[in-house]
Write a protein that binds this ligand. Sequence first.
Ligand code: ADP
Length: 311
Amino acid sequence: MILTVTMNPSIDMSYQLDQFSIDSVNRTTKVLKTAGGKGINVTRVLHQLNEPVLATGIIGGYLGEYLVNQMNEQLIPSDFYKSTQETRNCIAILHQGQQTELLEAGPTFSKEEELSFIDHYTNLIKDVSVVTISGSLPQGLDSDFYTKLIKIAQEKAIPVLLDTSGKALIHSLKNTHAKPFLIKPNQHEISELLEKPVATNFQELKNDLENPIFDGIEWIVVSLGADGAFVKHNDTYYKADIPTIIVVNPVGSGDSTVAGLAAGINQQLSDEEIIKYAMTTGILNTMEEQTGFINREKFDEYYQQVVVQKY
Ligand code: ADP
């Protein structure tokens, strides 16, 4: 079973407006309220792939209950640690082809709550074969928090796929005792990590991935949007080419890619198959309106069109 960790989930509210007027009243009947957060997207896609999955993280209050109810309705198993603090709302206003977002920072967790969650996670991890950790850290948790989760999994030889950025990512790369098994940065995140401009060709990207900061990470999957991905697995490099498609909504493609990677790794597929799997789930997400959502029926058609070659 795959355990997905979302430490800062949200209820994502999307309001569709014909026109957005600032400093005025805007009314809409087109409202969507869904369980959100990068790890929740990963969970949803894994569930759609019929992969055994369990979602965890911290939720709280009325919105936390709403989130779990939503997942229950979709028959997605979850076991969150319950805090007394309310889960956050994230608001997206869709207007004139544009998207204006209002993102709450979310609750600030105490040391006690951190330790209680770690106990909860340690109990859950007994029955899992792969862990995914996605998204930003909530306030109150130090940048080494993900490293703590990785270490607990590593002691049980469970691979951890980490999809985060900023300080939390840098800390987990620099820690020499517990490394993630896989990271999935995009090019922007690689350039932020190495404090250099985005690579302009694959040879340069390959050189970037040889940087000592990545030592000890078995898989680095650099997703390149419409250009597929450039992948390092130990000392082997791969380039994945994907078909041109009509994009409906690319938000959540990275999360969908992580779900594909987790599924492929959980099924112990070959390198090429894991990469094809992940590209397919990424592509399928861009073809749907809903974030972190795929149409499983189109899987085989697009899987056949992904080309993975050693670089
Ligand atoms: P992130 O959302 O993390 O920045 P990317 O934008 O690189 O991730 O997208 C992840 C994956 O989703 C890509 O590797 C690809 O498989 C798929 N994808 C993203 N954008 C497109 C697109 N425009 N056309 C086809 N596939 C896409």
